[in-house]
Design a protein around this ligand. Structure first.
Ligand SMILES: Cc1cc2nc3c(=O)[nH]c(=O)nc-3n(C[C@H](O)[C@H](O)[C@H](O)COP(=O)(O)OP(=O)(O)OC[C@H]3O[C@@H](n4cnc5c(N)ncnc54)[C@H](O)[C@@H]3O)c2cc1C
Length: 541
């Protein structure tokens, strides 16, 4: 036997060459989901743009995002202009803007100009998320929240002034958004917000004072933020929702001051900062006393579903990379894909990913129905709980799937320059923590059920979705009983039981969505075996 490394390197190059050239074309599951929820006729109108963007995401966007995530290309804070003028700018590498031109140019924000296009928008969002956060996908979620809040609550003047730019596909001219809630004393406990608002000079205008601790997309043209008007009650009840422009109506830079950029584990090419507000000009959006409610309804719910699209993209890309690698990498003779243990890992990754995609796109479909006024009360109640559980579990599952991908590549999986997986894993850790940490989402579901009985429409709709699939229906019954039991348990015990309950309910949501969108029964069964059925012998070890 002769020993030579030529073939080993050839195999790696072949793996790289065989990665998808077009993320839309390479994904029959995504196309099936889209076709199911919007119909053949509508999809055929959308498809040319999706096809084009699928190729861009697998080609120039992928290359640009890899480049602007290199340590020496990360964003740099530039607070002052050449003449000592305060500019509060962030300088990005040119490849960051190159990626942005493609991403915004896809129409991902533009289509939100018409109600009922969340799913449409997030087909683009998903393709973009195959490159992780990509520096722009968090800003997209924030911009979507600003668009929705403005459309629902803004004055005609504000809408005219900002909506055309927020919906624009022209990267050089468009406007993008940010959303700031978190303060140094806590992100989950928004009711503890200390940033203050004082009435401004003109009616409807305000001045904002205080510090926000996590401010992503810090150079956004429009910031949506929470602040407490002086004299307002404590807790979330006393929070108003404010729109803070980067530049005041007279064109000067608003009175916020960037302290520093965060040195982050993931989402590194997107700039997150700490900010001081010292009399920043703001408009109130909607009635002041409804600030928190409006933030949750129009902004946070949207970004929780967009977040799940982000994590689904991480998982899907992990599948592409791991499967392609396993076909080419040889160990002890054959390609590693021939080993049952590798096959099982790949099959588990795949079923989890397809399930999460089905579950998340189903929620986007429901959001569209709600926006169009077509959803029943049961569907709207279902969506409220399902969005929270889906946000939690999709982030956890994507983490596991990405780690399995890294395990499949083994040593090469741990190398940043070898594949995108290390970066995607780091991005995913951030996805897990913003827009609601896992425990906080579980506790919200628990409180909603305990105080507002929201589990009733949720379970009723889950039952309806799983009708006709005996195995799924019986699992839904089992976990519905557990939900009822948890609600009658003492609070400490109930809290602990929420963790397995929340995970299983999310998996059931995904399975029900797969049944609805016509996913192959073989995939559904594999998923149910792993997640819902009796434990396999290896789990009992
Ligand atoms: C890179 C990055 C960018 C960000 N950008 C933004 C931004 O642009 N705007 C913004 O507003 N925020 C932003 N955030 C902040 C993010 O939203 C918060 O980190 C998140 O909401 C959690 O808040 P926290 O970090 O203060 O954690 P905490 O609220 O302090 O929670 C700490 C831990 O306690 C647990 N916990 C909290 N309450 C409970 C409970 N009742 N029961 C059980 N466990 C509980 C949590 O699950 C968590 O594990 C960003 C974060 C990161 C990492």
């Amino acid at each position: 036997m002769s020993y030579d490394n030529t073939q080993g390197r050839e195999d790696l190059l072949a793996f790289e060459r065989e990665q998808p050239e077009n993320f839309w074309r390479a994904d029959p599951h995504l196309r099936r989901i889209a076709r199911h929820w919007v119909g053949e006729e509508t999809l055929s109108k959308w498809e040319p743009d999706l096809h084009r963007f699928g190729a861009e995401c697998a080609g120039p966007v992928d290359r640009a995002v890899r480049e602007n995530n290199l340590t020496h290309n990360l964003p740099v804070l530039r607070r002052w202009g050449p003449y000592g003028d305060r500019i509060e700018e962030v300088e990005h590498h040119p490849s960051y803007h190159e990626a942005g031109r493609y991403i915004y140019g896809s129409g991902v924000m533009k289509v939100l100009g018409e109600p009922g296009h969340n799913l449409h928008s997030q087909l683009f969002g998903f393709l973009s998320a195959l490159n992780g956060e990509a520096g722009h996908n968090c800003p997209l979620a924030c911009t979507a929240g600003v668009i929705k809040a403005l459309m629902a609550l803004g004055t005609e003047e504000l809408k005219e002034r900002y909506l055309p730019r927020l919906l624009s596909t022209d990267y050089e001219k468009l406007a993008h958004g940010a959303q700031f809630l978190t303060e140094v004393q806590g992100g989950s406990d928004v009711g503890a917000n200390a940033v203050r608002a004082r009435p401004g000079e003109e009616p409807g205008t305000w001045r904002i004072y205080g510090e926000k601790w996590f401010c992503s997309n810090v150079t956004a043209d429009l910031i949506l933020m929470t602040a407490r008007p002086e004299g307002a009650p404590e807790g979330t009840r006393g929070l108003g929702l404010f729109l803070v422009p980067r530049r005041t109506p007279d064109g000067t830079i608003n009175r916020f001051f960037i302290r520093r950029l965060k040195d982050k584990l993931g989402t590194r090419s997107m700039a997150s900062a700490e900010l001081d507000f010292d009399g920043a000009f703001a408009w109130a959006l909607g009635p002041i006393e409804d600030g928190f409610k409006n933030m949750m309804t129009y902004v946070i719910n949207t970004s929780r579903v967009f977040n799940a699209i982000g994590t689904s993209g991480v998982a899907r890309r992990s599948c592409f990379v791991a499967h392609g690698y396993a076909r080419r990498r040889k160990a002890f003779g054959p390609p590693i894909i021939e080993y049952p243990l590798v096959q099982e890992t790949l099959a588990d990754m795949r079923s989890e990913t397809l399930a999460m995609m089905s579950g998340t796109f189903h929620l986007l479909h429901l959001m569209d129905r709600i926006e169009l006024g077509e959803a029943s009360e049961e569907e709207a109640g279902y969506a409220r709980t399902a969005i929270n559980l889906n946000k939690m579990r999709s982030a956890q599952s994507a983490h596991e799937v990405c780690l399995s991908g890294i395990e499949t590549l083994a040593g090469n999986g741990a190398i940043e320059s070898f594949s995108v997986l290390p970066r995607l894993l780091r991005d995913n850790v951030v996805f897990e923590n913003w827009e609601g940490a896992h425990n906080v989402l579980l506790m919200q579901v628990y409180r909603d059920a305990k105080q507002r009985r929201l589990h009733e429409p949720y379970l009723a709709h889950l039952r309806a979705l799983s009708e006709g699939h005996p195995r799924l229906s019986s699992a839904v019954e089992r976990w519905s009983r557990e939900f009822d039991d948890v609600l009658s348990a003492a609070e400490g015990e109930a809290t602990l039981r929420m963790r397995p309950l929340g995970a299983h309910l999310a998996w059931l949501q995904w399975a029900a969505a797969m049944v609805a969108d016509g996913t192959d029964e073989e995939i559904i069964e594999h998923f149910l075996d792993r997640r819902i059925g009796p434990p396999a012998p290896r789990d009992a070890l």
